[in-house]
Design a protein around this ligand. Structure first.
Ligand SMILES: Cc1cc2nc3c(=O)[nH]c(=O)nc-3n(C[C@H](O)[C@H](O)[C@H](O)COP(=O)(O)OP(=O)(O)OC[C@H]3O[C@@H](n4cnc5c(N)ncnc54)[C@H](O)[C@@H]3O)c2cc1C
Length: 390
């Protein structure tokens, strides 16, 4: 890895920084419906200015940026505390999967609308009895003429309520070995027979949903790759999720650490946490974690951007980041002391109650995109080459 920036890359950074200064995203609304409208408008603005999908090929609406420009882009966005992009599933999974496995027609149909947030995507993989063991999925799709007829249920589908398209894993050959009879379908969420029911989280949000499919007709042309060959595409999708998505999140947690150190310098007023030996140790450990994470993430991202497709090493990054982020937020609550019990709604909350909120939200991070136990199995078997777990 070479960390020096060329004059062209420095120009790229300063152009983006100037753009972000003159086009700040504004504060994020609390209400989810309002946040969705705000998120769409923000992503569209980025797209129109050429700042969305910076590493995607120009032919599909991207900027064709280099590896380092992509890293600079992520750094500047995190530094400017811009909100997570609304079409995250489309940008980090759907788009890259289409670029790698889609037909030209599918690419032209979807890629630009993903970038402009004209159509929001969601990921319909997990089912009530198929999470870690994803290949146990039971949602069925039966070919009738030129369409598949889909029946079944998905769960934990983030943002399905607002999604226009779903990357759906379905069983198309129930007699084949379980990894062989799966197909990757793109489903229009406005199709008759699709019902979405929101689920409430501990943090109060309703990002998750259950999605029911009842005789939903999906054109055969919406298959990504080949029928019954969806498992490998699902794995590519998950590797993108574990790695590309984690990269931007670890940058945001670095910003969060900086803010936490700021809080520790002023709270509690009598003896700020930054002067208390045990909390100082924890803050220092969080800083060391974040440096280790930074270089692991850069090394993995460089491989992805050079080779196009992430590998199982993304599990190292996902595991490190999600566990480190939870430790960081537990430390934040220790720094807050009794104030850590006050949520956003309390006028006495510190930093607008964001630390307890983030802490509650972070609990899901060691589950989403594969739990920590599953990441450890992947690292053991596919990165270190240890014998398979029984
Ligand atoms: C914030 C968040 C967002 C999500 N968004 C989506 C989404 O948009 N789309 C989607 O499809 N899914 C989504 N999910 C679901 C997620 O992928 C699953 O929750 C996850 O794969 C775990 O599956 P499960 O919940 O069924 O748990 P289970 O698989 O039932 O696991 C239960 C426990 O058993 C452990 N376990 C299971 N198998 C093994 C094993 N072989 N070895 C060791 N331990 C094991 C697990 O680690 C876990 O602790 C999301 C989840 C979260 C938390």
């Amino acid at each position: 890895m070479d960390f020096s920036y060329s004059p062209a890359e420095e120009r790229f950074r300063s152009e983006l920084r100037t753009w972000l200064q003159t086009n700040p995203p504004g504060s994020e609304p609390e209400n989810l419906d309002a946040w969705i409208a705000y998120g769409k408008a923000w992503q569209r603005k980025l797209y129109e200015a050429g700042w969305c999908g910076v590493h995607w090929p120009k032919a599909y609406g991207g900027r064709g940026a280099t590896v380092l420009e992509q890293i600079i882009f992520q750094e500047e966005m995190a530094q400017a505390r811009t909100p997570l992009l609304i079409n995250l599933a489309g940008l980090t999974m759907g788009g890259p999967v289409l670029i790698a496995h889609g037909t030209e027609e599918q690419k032209h149909r979807h890629l630009q609308s993903i970038l402009a947030a004209e159509e929001i995507w969601c990921q319909g993989f997990s089912e009530p009895n198929a999470g870690s063991d994803l290949a146990a999925l039971k949602t069925r799709a039966v070919l009738e003429g030129d369409s598949f007829v889909v029946n079944g249920q998905k769960v934990w589908t983030s943002f399905a309520r607002y999604a226009d398209w779903c990357m759906l894993l379905v069983r198309t050959d129930p007699d084949a070995p379980k990894h062989k009879g799966i197909t990757f379908l793109l489903v229009d969420m406005h199709s008759p027979g699709v019902t979405v029911r929101p689920l409430k989280q501990i943090s109060g949000e309703e990002d998750f949903n259950e999605v029911f499919f009842e005789d939903v007709r999906v054109p055969r042309a919406n298959v990504i790759g080949a029928v019954n060959a969806g498992w490998d595409i699902a794995i590519t999708t998950l590797m993108h999720e574990r790695q590309t998505l984690t990269f931007s999140r670890q940058l945001q947690s670095r910003v969060a650490l900086k803010e936490l150190i700021g809080l520790a310098r002023r709270h509690p007023p009598a003896t700020p946490a930054a002067h208390q030996p045990l909390l100082r140790q924890k803050l220092a450990a969080a800083y060391i974690d974040s440096e280790a994470m930074k270089y692991t993430a850069l090394r993995n991202l460089t491989n992805v951007l050079r080779g196009g497709i992430p590998g199982p090493e993304g599990s190292i990054e996902k595991l490190l980041w999600s566990e480190m982020y939870q430790r960081l937020l537990e430390t934040a609550l220790e720094v807050e002391g009794p104030y850590g019990q006050l949520l956003k709604t309390s006028p006495y909350a510190l930093d607008d109650g964001k630390w307890p909120h983030l802490m509650l939200y972070s609990r899901g991070r060691t589950i989403a995109a594969g739990s920590s136990e599953i990441q450890r199995n992947i690292i053991a078997e596919r990165v270190l080459g240890l014998p398979r777990a029984r």
